[in-house]
Ligand binder design. Structure first.
Ligand SMILES: [Fe+2]
Length: 224
């Protein structure tokens, strides 16, 4: 994946979500440190250590005071929180699960690899199923590897800027905590691959941060 595409994706698309979200929250005089606190039933995003990623993120990612939202928010604000807030959270996940090609393991390792083998049959079958889910999403959306509440790993896809943690908006079979995220909006690949989403997915496998997938799996499977 080219640096130009990634930079534009980060500096334009992700940044737009942040400013839309900020404007919507400011209009309601809300100060929010943790976006997920606005989405009922949604769990926190997995936070990486400093060494997991060098990429700076928007200020909203940082910890801060988090106030409960007012009971009644205008419909438009609720929609913006879902779309722009979801966009912010999903892109944050997307960047975390990337690393420069050749700087980490080329596939899943240890416990997460064993869990994938158990739930999908093999690593190859998992890659195939993940790709199918991503290819079958018509229009904009995301593909995920999800740790479901029943302990199963599943490949799933959500439309627009929804994600598997939005329990009110996804079927239970696909709800859970993501341990891998792929943006399949055209803006993430059009410049480089035009409408060839398959080539983009094949290229993306080479820059997946499997170390962070391992860590994410460790976090979601650890009972607190
Ligand atoms: Fe995107």
């Amino acid at each position: 994946m080219s640096a130009t595409t990634l930079r534009r994706h980060y500096e334009e698309h992700h940044a737009n979500y942040l400013s839309e979200l900020r404007a919507a929250l400011e209009a309601e005089e809300m100060i929010v440190g943790n976006v997920t606190s606005l989405m009922p039933g949604m769990e926190r995003m997995i936070q990486p250590t400093k060494s997991d990623s060098q990429m700076p993120l928007g200020r909203l990612v940082s910890r801060g005071l988090s106030f409960q939202p007012p009971q009644t928010l205008p419909k438009q604000t609720v929609q913006t929180i879902r779309r722009a807030g979801g966009g912010h959270i999903n892109h944050t996940a997307f960047w975390r699960f990337l690393c420069p090609a050749g700087t980490g393991p080329s596939g899943p390792q240890g416990k997460v690899a064993r869990a994938i083998q158990e739930d999908f049959g093999s690593i190859k079958a998992f890659r195939q199923q993940f790709k199918e889910v991503a290819m079958n999403r018509s229009g904009s959306g995301w593909a995920w590897l999800v740790y479901r509440q029943d302990g199963c790993l599943v490949a799933s896809s959500t439309p627009n800027e929804d994600n598997p943690m939005m329990k009110d908006h996804v079927p239970w079979q696909e709800a859970g905590r993501p341990i891998l995220a792929l943006d399949i909006w055209e803006h993430s690949y059009w410049e480089q691959y035009q409408d060839d989403r398959e080539r983009y997915i094949d290229a993306w496998w080479k820059v997946v941060n499997w170390d962070f997938v391992t860590r994410a799996y460790q976090i979601v499977t650890t009972k607190i």
